[in-house]
Design a protein around this ligand. Structure first.
Ligand SMILES: *[C@@H]1O[C@H](CO)[C@@H](O)[C@H](O)[C@H]1NC(C)=O
Ligand SMILES: *[C@@H]1O[C@H](CO)[C@@H](O)[C@H](O)[C@H]1NC(C)=O
Length: 189
């Protein structure tokens, strides 16, 4: 193998790994899915996740008993299902994240949000994620605070600003893997 061929392999491995880390798919509740059974703690489920623009959120549930509503922060806090931003009801809803900020969802069936069937998908910018990494605790905010303004009503900001940083982050994260593959190829050369 020539040096050029090795370099091509290296680049391809890095590209593939970056692609994978960039567009993650998150199934809400993991194997439990979207339910009121078993006291699934969706706050706990979401807490360690590093949601990013471009990721897909999947809600899987029995459409006879549940749905998914995207709502404002105020509606989320009070479980008010009177005017959702969007309603999903296929039983297997894929929602692509297109902007930063909080994305509030709950089940609009009466009583279900109160029973805990609600989740806050907080998509933080990459630089903020790095800075806030040791303390992922979501800060509670009063309805009058600026945080109460949901990102949901705002048109998606261009993800262009964040993309180079995400790629860079993925690149560093997968450099070890690329090096290992390179070493493997070298030993056969
Ligand atoms: C629910 O939200 C609607 C629209 O924002 C509002 O008119 C209504 O008063 C709210 N209901 C409760 C119980 O807060
Ligand atoms: C839900 O959709 C995903 C793809 O978006 C698919 O992989 C999965 O098998 C589906 N689950 C069910 C229960 O249909």
């Amino acid at each position: 193998m020539t040096l050029v061929q090795r370099a091509v392999v290296l680049v391809m491995v890095v590209m593939a790994a970056v692609q994978v880390s960039y567009a993650a798919v998150h199934k809400v509740g993991d194997s439990a899915g979207w339910t009121i059974l078993g006291n699934v703690d969706y706050k706990k489920w979401a807490a360690p996740k590093n949601f990013q623009v471009g990721d897909t959120i999947i809600f899987e549930y029995n459409a006879q008993f549940h749905n998914v509503m995207r709502v404002t922060h105020a509606m989320y806090k009070t479980c008010n299902a009177s005017s959702p931003i969007a309603t999903f009801s296929t039983g297997n809803d894929s929602i692509k994240i297109t902007n930063h900020g909080h994305h509030f969802f709950f089940c609009g069936v009466p009583g279900h949000c109160q029973a805990g069937q609600k989740v806050d998908i907080n998509v933080i910018s990459v630089s903020a994620a790095t800075a806030a990494a040791p303390t992922p605790t979501p800060a509670p905010s009063s309805p009058s605070s600026s945080l109460a303004t949901p990102s949901a009503n705002v048109p998606a900001p261009s993800p262009n600003n964040a993309t180079p940083l995400i790629v860079l982050k993925g690149l560093f994260g997968t450099m070890g893997l690329a090096m290992a593959v390179l070493a493997l190829f070298s030993s056969y050369a």
